[in-house]
Each structure stands twice: as structure tokens, then as C-alpha cells.
Design a protein around this ligand. Sequence first.
Ligand code: AG3
Length: 276
Amino acid sequence: MELWFTEYQTPAIGFSCKSTSTLRTEKTAFQDLAVIETEQFGRMLLLDGMVMTTEKDEFIYHEMISLVACNSHPNPENVLIIGGGDGGTLREVVRHPAVKQGTLVEIDERVVQAARDFFPSISCALDHVKSKVLIEDGIKYVQENENCYDIVIVDSTDPVGPAIELFSKSFYANVYKLLRDDGMLVVQSDSPYYHPEVVRMAFNGIKDIFPLTKLYLANIPTYPSGLWSFTIGSKKHDPEQPCHTHQQGCRYYTNKLHEAAFQLPVLVKQIIGNGE
Ligand code: AG3
């Protein structure tokens, strides 16, 4: 018998994968968590029925959410990741030669545990000497700290469930205070095809707080529509221009692609009002 998992990416479209086994299903204090084995993408982590990451294509998202900011900030010594409990973003951050410490603040300890149990290639840097892992509410964490990070990366789920507030203006304003004078904020800002309203909300929310705001894209096969957006708010440095050449070991990111990722199709420019 064939077993298939489907993420309903919108009420009108589903993305299905043939699954060979189910490794874990549980209700955590925050969400439904599942780990399944798929034929096409290897192991897949699901939260509330949405694909978070897979063994085969995780590198695209994790390199792109981490290295664009780390390579365009001249001195990215202290980097904070909100969410991202699987550890993939942290792995890319601590691999960067200029980073001295990567701090991960994940609200759901069970996500970290699932990553440790089933995704060794993604979670491998959770115990790295440059890593610090805190099981805490990221929203509270940004309220309570000030002026201490060079980069903040929000590696959240879509804006449903515990992540809704991570897309709010008050959250972005608290991140602004948490960043040093030349800091940068990066968020995953959803699919321009299926959720233009989320792209717009993230972009406009960040633009209201940060002097420089830019959107960039990556192709991620297991995320809705495959075309995924990220938004960067910067206090000073232009995120489009890499000043570090770090790209060793990458399978998606290159310095040239870094600049190209900011070249937006007309339909995406229209969503964010030309970015002006
Ligand atoms: N964070 C972004 C997941 C968004 C995917 N959305 C969806 N499948 N509807 C993933 C965490 C990876 N570290």
C-alpha cells in the first residue's frame, strides 16, 4: 500500500510526498510535530501539517537565511536566531568565520529533541563551541534584552500558531532595540505566489522600523510554490553587497547569487510597492 503525506498549502492546492515510514508523531505543548521518511526528500520535519525542513533540500533555506546577512555585515560577531529549533540555521551561522557566538532561542524543546533524534546532519552544530541553545519564548527574550546582537534571524513557521507575533511591528521594534547600531534583522517572509499578504506584512512592518529594508528570494522545492522570500531590515550596511567571501561548503549560496537574489520579478516588486 502506498502512503502519501499532503500539506495543504492553500485551501485549493496540496503538495504530496510518498512516505515510507512515520518516525514520530506527537502533540507538544505548542504544536503537532511529526517526522516522516519520504522517498524524494529523505526525512521530513512537519509542524502543524506544514513542511519545516527535509534532509535533501534544507541547505537552500538554511544557507540563504543565514549567509546573506552574515556576509554583508562587516562584523557579525554575535548572532541571535529566534525559532529554528532544528539547528540548521545555527549550523550555517557558526560555520561563518567572523561569527563568535550563535544563540538559538526556541520555544519548543520537542523540536530540538526531534532534530537531535532524527536529523543529525541538520542539528550537528547545536553543541558547537560557538553555540548557545536556550529553550525560551523568543518574544519575551527580545523584550528583555537590549543592544547586544549584530544580526537577528527569525527562523519561524508561517504566521499561524505560536509564530503570529513574530510577524508584528512591536516585535520588529523590540528587535531593533536588541541590535547594535549597525545591526540587521532577517526574517523568512513566505511565498509571494500563495501568501502575498504575508510578504507585504513582513516587508512593510520591517520598513516602518528600519532605515533600509530589502527583500530577496530563493528556490525551495518543498515550500509552498517553491519560490520563497526573505526580508532584511538593516540599520546601516547594504545587505545586497557581500563584504565577506565565505561560501566554502555551500551548495546553493555563492557571492554572485547573493547579489542576484535581490533582483526581483515584477510581480514580487508589485507586492512590496517597488520596495520604496
Ligand atoms: N521555517 C520556515 C518554514 C516555512 C514553511 N512553510 C510551509 N511549509 N507552509 C522552517 C524551519 C527551518 N529551520
